[in-house]
Design a binder for this molecule. Sequence first.
Ligand code: AMP
Length: 429
Amino acid sequence: MPKVKSKQFQAPKGMRDILPEEQVYWDKFIKSAQRLAEDYGFQKIETPVLEDAELFVRSTGQTTDIVTKQMYTLRTSSHVRLALRPENTPGVLRAYLQDGLVNLPQPVKLYYYGPMFRHEQPQAGRWRQLYQFGLETIGEKASIMDAQIIQFCFHLFRLLGLTKINMHINSIGCQQCRPAYRRALVDYFRHRKNKLCPDCQRRLKENPLRLLDCKEEKCQPIKAQAPATVDYLCDECHRHFKEVLEYLDEMEMPYFLNNALVRGLDYYTKTVFEFFLEENEKYSAIALGGGGRYDDLVKELGGKPTPAVGMALGVDRIVDVMKLTLKVKPTYNPKVFLVELGEMGRRKSLKLFETLHEAGIVTAESFGRDSIKAQLKNADRLGVKLALILGQQEALDGTVIIRDMQSGVQETVPQEKMVDQVKKRLAKN
Ligand code: AMP
């Protein structure tokens, strides 16, 4: 047989493993976010990771970077073109329409968590498999809904110990007022076309609002003087934006009015916002999350006109900054260690472990180790109060030895009394 050289596999570029030592931070984020979302009246939804690719073309936008450059797509054997979701709002709205959530009392308030996929150039804080936690409030146009979503974000950041957060906010108007703004913008940039980067020259033709998103050095001075959306808002959008800002003022939530904030997706209307970490070299330039209102999207996907507002937080990035500021204690905190010796002891140990677990006593072990010394060393390292020793003799007699790890005092008790005895000693400690 020809020899095949064994290959060491690597995770795909831009994707990674989240190892056990990191999970405490992820758990802390997810538990806090989930609990808070439920307290705010949001219900969990999960949608497939794969969706019809056309869903994203129709919603996220045909000319956006996400759709033109970053989508992972595949064709099934029956020639259906599917995409790994680059974001979750389109999938949630598809479910809202498909699963009849539209018939529930409105607004429908949903939250989601899961992986998204974007074929971006990997760099600091930018992954090809990224995790988002998001909220969507569907079926209500009142500005208080925008404010509630923002309030949730600040509340969650606070719970996670992240207090130095900046929010940038803007309003990009609606179908009524955006055409006039777009004309003013195109007019302004057309006169400066030769000074723009090649990407912006293309955006000028395809998606002029995205000109304001450009990060190229040479476009910055031109961008700074560009017309501002807020000067072109119709009465309704103006009133809505003013109300959102009044809610934020009332709650003393800090914000920067940022005329250049348009967000990278096509479906936004009225309010848009993004969160950054203050005074941080890496994270003051890349967003921790963002969102906005998307009043036309449900209709665009075939439903009745339905206003909505939402946001998505970048969990990878938030976990990264949590690590800088927060000491999270591991959740595994055993109080007791089960030592087993000899064949009989080993055979009975699994049953005893289960009995302890059922009694709510978190028990550690190092099954498979033969020597009592090695096992007690592990018990010591874990800092447990008690070790339970089950050797050949104890297994035969139906007893177990309880050893106080601090004093070294040992006592043999019948196995039926083990749980009571352990509880009593733990309570005493
Ligand atoms: P977006 O709706 O595209 O602004 O994404 C919402 C949030 O997801 C961003 O503010 C980031 O925190 C996060 N995010 C977006 N793309 C990536 C990525 N490639 N890697 C890690 N996080 C990302």
